[in-house]
Design a protein around this ligand. Structure first.
Ligand code: FAD
Length: 272
């Protein structure tokens, strides 16, 4: 839709061309959310796509995903064969309620900044121990784990004027075995529960719960726990914090989460 309070659009080609941050500014990733509803408090847009960041960089350290990398570009990654966690990337990309336009335009950084429970890039990058590189408006930089960044729907640790520059996934996480479960009320609906398990060569087991809760929860064990220990720990930690919206009732989200957690424990529970 037209955003008719906007009086200025800035298209920087480098960090030195970013304007001083002011009230009423918004960064544009793909713009799929920004242009989907009125933004009456905004007066200026700063387009990040013109910064020309390389979408994906593979190295011995792991994968760096530029915040402006689109879902389609991420899905097209040719991962090294040793990255056995790589199928998780396509599974999470497809967990999007995504039209052709969203698939090709929405960015990984935009999805993280929205911080919606059904944000599949949050699920992916939390489960693979991602951390964010943030650019501060004063020229500085800081890092934060994705698991600590997302606070709840439309709420996160981003400070005014900060930009998500990139997301780093460490090689160690990309070489883990993974298991993925997702459910929506409708075939192409928003995720109501998206649960990911990982297991490394030492046997350590991590379960990441997303979509059924307002923010991600992680459960870490040196070895897969019993099904009863796992589900009672999930219940005790999440307690009454199951997400409630039109895409699923809290009791159903809890039931699906515990069911998937048990399935994932069984799937990854044999020899590491
Ligand atoms: C039909 C439809 C279906 C959708 N389905 C889903 C879904 O299933 N799951 C889901 O999570 N979302 C969904 N969305 C919401 C949204 O489209 C996605 O979250 C998308 O990933 C947002 O990415 P974007 O690049 O388009 O963000 P934009 O719209 O460009 O920006 C979103 C917000 O993030 C800020 N921002 C963007 N990039 C940065 C950056 N690098 N640094 C700092 N701030 C930044 C913007 O200022 C804005 O506040 C849907 C939207 C529509 C219209």
């Amino acid at each position: 839709m037209d955003l008719n309070t906007i009086t200025d659009i800035v298209r920087p080609s480098g960090r030195d061309e970013l304007p001083a941050w002011r009230q009423g500014d918004a960064f544009v990733g793909g713009g799929t959310w920004l242009f989907s509803e009125p933004q009456n408090k905004l007066t200026r847009l700063i387009d990040l796509s013109t910064l020309g960041w390389e979408p994906l960089r593979v190295s011995d350290q792991g994968l760096e995903i530029a915040a402006t990398c689109t879902i389609a570009q991420l899905d097209g990654l040719a991962a090294p064969p040793s990255w056995i966690a790589a199928p998780l990337i396509g599974q999470c990309c497809r967990a999007f309620l995504a039209s052709f336009k969203i698939w090709n335009v929405a960015t990984v950084g935009g999805n993280l900044c929205m911080s919606l429970p059904a944000g599949p890039m949050i699920s992916l990058t939390t489960a693979l121990d991602g951390d964010l590189r943030l650019w501060a408006p004063d020229g500085g930089e800081r890092r934060i784990a994705v698991a600590d960044f997302v606070k709840g729907p439309l709420s996160n640790e981003l400070r005014p004027g900060e930009i998500v520059r990139a997301i780093h996934l460490p090689r160690a996480a990309l070489t883990r075995r993974t298991a993925f479960r997702q459910i929506s009320l409708q075939k192409f609906g928003r995720s109501a529960a998206l649960i990911i398990g990982t297991r490394d060569a030492s046997g350590a087991f991590v379960l990441t719960v997303t979509a059924s809760t307002p923010q991600p929860y992680q459960f870490r064990f040196d070895a897969p726990p019993s099904a009863d220990d796992l589900t009672s720990q999930i219940d005790a930690t999440i307690a009454g914090n199951w997400y409630d919206d039109i895409h699923g009732l809290p009791a159903w989200r809890r039931a699906m989460t515990l069911h998937f957690a048990r399935e994932i424990r069984d799937e990854l529970g044999d020899a590491p």
